[in-house]
Ligand binder design. Structure first.
Ligand code: NAD
Length: 469
């Protein structure tokens, strides 16, 4: 009975929020670019004011250190906010494009216009940036936004709600807390755009809900990102960068290298260097390290532990459920049929597979779903070109891990099972804008041959089309 009342209240609150946003958008209040900049600046000030609270929330949810929180969450959001504030006028300007002779005299422009009322649903692993980065794009492009952060990172979700409440009118931006019931109720509404970050499974649910209203979507999903190492790689830097990329946020990173795919001749040397790096970065007991995080909850702890095959563990394998701790764990001699290779790991277990011939690598990657990122450590231009040319992935990074994400000139996103669309920097603005094509013709000059009857003009029409379009 109580459950029904709660659900009813939530549903009422959700439909009221959506209606409030539709009404707000209809007033035209979000269209003025100066006003958008004003809100982005207000958001920046509020984030700076709440900096300590944000760090604290991320520590409580994921035991992220301050340095990790700043470099992977708050800092990234501030950089993108400042970039949007600085460049918004230029991004929002009409974009002139050429006009073919056939359409002369005329001007051709692309006008970025906001979609309207948007929904942003995010995941728990980078709970701060995954909500605020798309939100910056939504506001910059002149939309309203209802934000649904993850229920699994409750401290960050609470701070997010407070920050949004302090800066925005709820008709402009609002936060709805909750899990599947709230998300389901939100998805039942008619949106002008949906931006979703999460698993491919839930991405499918979102896509189906969006399809009912032909709502455009961005789906930022996950998958198994390979980390390929060939014989030419610099193994010292490879070891450091792979361990950095795998173990930041304890492997709970959508772009973490999921599995290591290493040439058999250098496997032992690379593994030995990777073990050294774990020791160097996190000490002999990573559980005591300030820089080694925790699994988000017991359910994810149990899921990742269930992927560990004790017979294949060559490093780590220690865990403590009460502390949601799993040590950096390497598994050797892994094959495609092993449980750990069936789904995205999203945790600190690192399966190691070997290869002799590069064809094995490309055919293995191609036989699986398209990954979000492909990592390759190599000095061989031919090998790099072969892999990049033959394997499709959302993005790729050669000789490093994760740092590609710091370049917001790239549209960040997946392909196939790892997602649809991209964002970051100006791409976020474009993602949340409908790019309206406008041909503005002169009304003073008209060519009669475009009008019927056409038969006598066929040759002239053909000439015009062939020569001027
Ligand atoms: P998830 O799909 O379980 O949840 C994401 C969001 O969807 C949450 O807000 C959740 O409340 C909501 N949700 C969950 N089940 C739902 C349902 N049945 N109907 C409607 N909404 C539902 O994902 P997660 O566990 O929060 O995050 C992990 C996944 O997200 C991994 O696959 C990871 O790779 C992916 N991810 C991708 C990116 C990216 O940018 N591409 C970033 C972070 C995480």
């Amino acid at each position: 009975m109580q459950q029904t009342v709660v659900e009813k209240n939530t549903l009422t609150q959700i439909s009221q929020s959506v209606q409030q946003q539709k009404d707000y958008f209809a007033t035209g209040a979000t269209l003025d670019v100066d006003s958008r900049i004003k809100y982005l600046k207000a958001l920046e000030q509020e984030l700076l004011k709440r900096e300590d609270d944000i760090h604290q929330a991320l520590y409580l949810d994921l035991k992220k250190s301050k340095a990790e929180s700043y470099s992977t969450e708050l800092g990234i959001v501030l950089v993108e906010l400042r970039k949007a504030i600085k460049h918004l006028k230029e991004w929002a300007r009409p974009r002139r494009v050429a006009t073919p002779l056939f359409c002369w005299p005329a001007k051709s422009r692309i006008l970025p216009e906001p979609y309207g009322t948007t929904l942003v649903i995010s995941a728990w692993n980078y709970p701060f940036q995954l909500l605020f980065l798309p939100l910056i794009g939504a506001i910059a492009a002149g939309n309203t936004a209802v934000c649904k952060p993850s229920e699994l990172s409750p401290n960050t979700t609470q701070i997010t709600d407070e920050i949004i409440g302090a800066v925005f009118d709820p008709g402009h931006v609002t936060c709805i807390q909750g899990g599947i019931p709230e998300s389901t109720a939100l998805l039942a509404e008619k949106w002008d755009y949906i931006f979703f970050t999460g698993s491919p499974f839930v991405g499918g649910i979102v896509y189906q809900a969006a399809a009912k209203h032909l709502t455009p979507v961005t789906l930022e999903l996950g998958g198994k990102s390979p980390c390929i190492v060939d014989k030419t790689a610099n193994l010292d830097t490879a070891a450091s960068r792979i361990i950095f990329g795998k173990y930041i946020n304890v492997g709970q990173t959508c772009i973490a290298p999921d599995y290591l795919f290493v040439h058999e001749d250098i496997k032992e040397e690379l593994i030995s260097k990777m073990k050294e790096r774990v020791n160097q970065f996190y000490g002999p007991d990573p559980q005591q390290s300030e820089d080694y995080g925790r699994m988000i909850n017991e359910k994810n702890f149990d899921r990742v532990v269930s992927l560990i095959d004790e017979d294949k563990v060559i490093f780590g394998g220690k865990r403590e459920r009460g502390d949601k701790y799993i040590s950096p764990t390497f598994m050797d001699n892994v094959v495609a049929s092993d449980k750990v290779m069936q789904d995205e790991i999203f945790g600190p277990v690192f399966p190691i597979l070997t290869w002799k011939d590069l064809d094995e690598v490309t055919s293995f990657v191609r036989s699986n779903e398209k990954p979000l990122v492909l990592y390759m450590f190599s000095k061989s231009k031919d090998n790099i070109q072969t892999v990049l040319g033959q394997c499709s992935s959302g993005g790729a990074c050669i000789n490093d891990c994760l740092v590609q994400n710091a370049n917001d000139n790239f549209p960040f996103g997946g392909v196939g099972q790892s997602g649809i669309g991209g964002y970051h920097g100006k791409h976020s603005f474009d993602t949340f804008s409908h790019l309206k094509s406008v041909l503005h013709r002169s009304s003073g000059f008209d060519i009669a041959l475009r009008y019927a009857p056409w038969a006598k003009n066929y040759k002239k029409i053909k000439f015009l089309i062939d020569k001027t379009l």
